[in-house]
Design a protein around this ligand. Sequence first.
Ligand code: PLP
Length: 441
Amino acid sequence: MRTESFGNNLINDDLAANLVPGGSMGLPVITAGSGAEVLDEDGNKYLDLEAGPGVASVGHCHPTVVAAVQEQAAKLMQSPGRYHSRLTSELAKRITDLTGNRLRRVFFSNSGAEANDGAIKLALKRATLTGKRGFGILALEHGFHGRLSLPLSLTGMASRKKGFGPYGSFPGVVHVPAPYCYRCPLGLSLQNCGVKCADVVEDVLKTRVPGEAAALIAEPILGVGGVIVPPESYWPKVETICRGNNILLIHDEVFCGFGRTGKMFGHQHWDSKPDIVTFAKTIGGGLPLGGFMATEEVGTSFEEGDHFTTFGGNSQVGPAAAHAVLDVLEKEHLVKRAVDAGHLFMHGLKGLAAKHEAIGDVRGRGLMIGVELVKDRASREPAPQLTKQLQQAMRERGVLVAITGVHGCVLRITPPLVISEAQVTVALDALDAALTAAAQK
Ligand SMILES: Cc1ncc(COP(=O)(O)O)c(C=O)c1O
């Protein structure tokens, strides 16, 4: 077997030969999964700290989800067209109930990128109906919203747009600084910053937005950007600015949603009241399902023919899986488990930070955790090479973990929410051993 490196991945030439580079590729070759573990084709077991990424929250191949998919697949896989489905309508009701019924109208898509694309389309239609002109859209630096043209434009990570010209530069999209406290974009210190990065939104509205802004879209906690957790007053301040300027607040809950952060939705940590929420990943339990939900007022801005997709809510297997995912989240108290396992991880990681100088920062909520690696703590210079080494060393010890962040120096820990205490210890031990080995090189 010939292998070589591609990005962070070790790839097999034969398996990669007919795939567009950058998609699903990398060793090991995973063939099965159960709970928080996966197996490769040689029978080696790995603890999965990536989970899909962020998809397998209820665990790989949960029997309840598998049974629901099998049963629905034998009954009806796809509705003929634009006809009612009880399964889809009841799923919409269940999901909006999770917001206390504040958000009431749901559109189902196939992915997170499509969910965000549709949410912006809805916001622009709303802006038109309310007589706005200019159609500016605000997004956050370091934010990630998907790889289609508009979501890529919303994404605040330049490396993802390299070589695509205007494909990733949708007119009207303006980025504001992220609340990245470890590397404050305004050069302030956490103790007396006054959360100026939120105030900047108001300045940007006056100086850089073309005409009037329709919406601000952001992840409550920035996942792909390096697990950036905003300070306590950030979202309340930004929300006030949005309300004051009649701008819709869209929270992208594609990664944070459905329990991962220790609340059903990430924005609930700040008690935000978004007008639109987008979701995907966890809800399909491994099947492609996403969507957006909006308040009654905003969600009824679309008229017949404004928006549609062939699959989404028409596919019946995805919604069947989603009902099962919600059942499992509830019955197994997985939101609470995300809190408990998250505490265990944070406690263990803080212990490792006391022992290993290379750990610059440990942050997160629930089971959405980032470990930022630096060359030294004083300069905070990012350590992407070391991060890759750690990822590989952990893989060799049977633990799969992702690398994330603009500087490529954050290990992202987002395991299935069913991860056990013993498995958390396995993960921490693997990171400890990898850091010790790296320091000795
Ligand atoms: C916050 C966020 N939004 C959107 C997306 C894009 O979702 P998808 O890959 O399903 O298009 C992702 C994917 O990682 C994400 O993390």
